[in-house]
Design a binder for this molecule. Structure first.
Ligand code: PLP
Length: 388
């Protein structure tokens, strides 16, 4: 039967996160610090519009590009917030989450054997989706520089077969983000080599200590950038499946071609709800962000206290903590912690080889659970020391 499956698909591995969480399913009293989604329910005003849309009978397809009303709302929002201008007519496409947007942009621009630079550790879908295009992922290991990408690291890796680079900030799994000066330096190399920059900024609203700066707002960067964002994380709307891509009209038009055949359009009621999110729920994003921020202070302090060293993340809702002092590898650590103490975390290797020696902890759970998780992890570490 195996030979029926395409060679490209045979070659890609299932997501390390999903694989690990299959283990969690069915276990009782587990505290999960594993999943990368908000623990909030979508704010009521957004849900209400979803319900209302159904009651009104908005049950047909929309334009392939997405509801014009939503594209216009996104265009206005980006203009007001960042002075970033995209035409709702032909520079914005509504997608099934950033996941689809990412797949479309790769398929729209890559030819077999093109190279794509992927700073690692990185979000799980970048590598397999690049490989499915027949392109070659080239990794840039960021761990020796506090998980930050540098212009020098790009310069060392790029060659004349390199077509694109993937940026993701704030980053999943490290939480690292960049200030303007750092982005400007990165941009210089990207423009020098005329790379397409696919900028996944899905956690932009969850930047805690400084203003998020979209890559496309840097001078001369816009024509080389495809800006990806969505509603899943900021508005706690993971299940609604709405994201968007903004970029040069040639790229957006190519993406729309694939989207129109593969997807047709994003579910209409989800698009209506997303529109409402931008109209009336901005203050609720801020409220959720403040909750994450308080949890971040707590978890970073506690992890460092018990000996799992970690940097304070700039954004998103993850901490990437070192487990090197325990003598265990990432997978062993995560599996034993789950088995012995019923705390689920994600092994760093789920995000690439450079994640070895780390675990990802999501602080998308209640304070009570975070406190209890710390007690259990501390106990786990104490038991290991005693056994040594
Ligand atoms: N990009 C990053 C960095 C993510 O962490 C995720 C989800 O975890 C996604 C994209 C996918 O998000 P969406 O729900 O919009 O498809």
């Amino acid at each position: 039967m195996k030979e029926i499956i395409s060679k490209k698909v045979q070659k890609i591995k299932p997501s390390g996160i999903r694989q690990f969480f299959d283990l969690v399913l069915g276990m009782k009293e587990v505290i999960s610090l594993g999943v990368g989604e908000p623990d909030f329910v979508t704010p009521w005003p957004i849900r209400e519009v979803g319900i209302f849309s159904l009651e009104e009978g908005f049950t047909t397809y929309t334009s392939n590009k997405g509801l014009y009303k939503l594209r216009l709302t996104i265009a206005r929002y980006l203009k007001n917030r960042y002075n970033l201008e995209y035409s709702p007519e032909d520079e914005i496409l509504i997608t099934v989450g950033v996941s689809e947007a990412f797949d479309l942009v790769l398929r729209a621009i890559l030819n077999p054997q093109d190279k794509v630079l992927i700073p690692q550790p990185s979000y799980v879908s970048y590598e397999p989706l690049t490989e499915l295009c027949g392109a070659i992922p080239i990794y840039i290991d960021t761990k020796d520089n506090d998980f930050k990408l540098t212009p020098e690291a790009i310069e060392k890796t790029v060659d004349n077969k390199t077509k694109a680079i993937i940026l993701n900030y704030p980053n999943n799994p490290t939480g690292v983000s960049y200030r303007k000066k750092e982005l400007e330096a990165i941009k210089k190399v990207i423009l020098k080599h005329k790379l397409i920059c696919i900028s996944d900024e899905i956690y932009s609203d969850l930047t805690y200590d400084f203003e998020h700066i979209p890559f496309a707002t840097l001078s001369k960067a816009k024509q080389y950038t495809v800006y990806l964002n969505g509603f899943s994380k900021s508005y706690a709307m993971t299940g609604w499946r709405v994201g968007y891509a903004c970029g040069p009209k040639e790229i957006i038009s190519a993406m729309t071609k694939i989207h129109q055949y593969a997807i047709m359009c994003v579910p209409t009621i989800s698009q209506m709800a997303a529109c409402e999110a931008l109209h009336s729920a901005r203050h609720l994003v801020e409220q959720m962000k403040q909750v994450y921020k308080r949890r971040r202070e707590f978890i970073v302090k506690e992890l460092n206290r018990i000996g799992l060293k970690c940097l304070k993340p700039d954004g998103a809702f993850y901490v990437f903590a070192s487990i090197k002092d325990t003598g265990l590898n990432s997978l062993d650590f995560a599996q034993r912690l789950l088995k012995e103490k019923k705390v689920a975390v994600v092994p760093g290797t789920a995000f690439g080889r450079s994640g070895e020696g780390y675990i990802r902890i999501s602080y998308t759970c209640s304070f009570e659970n975070l406190k209890e998780a710390i007690i259990r992890i501390e106990d786990f570490l104490r038991n290991r020391k005693e056994k040594k």
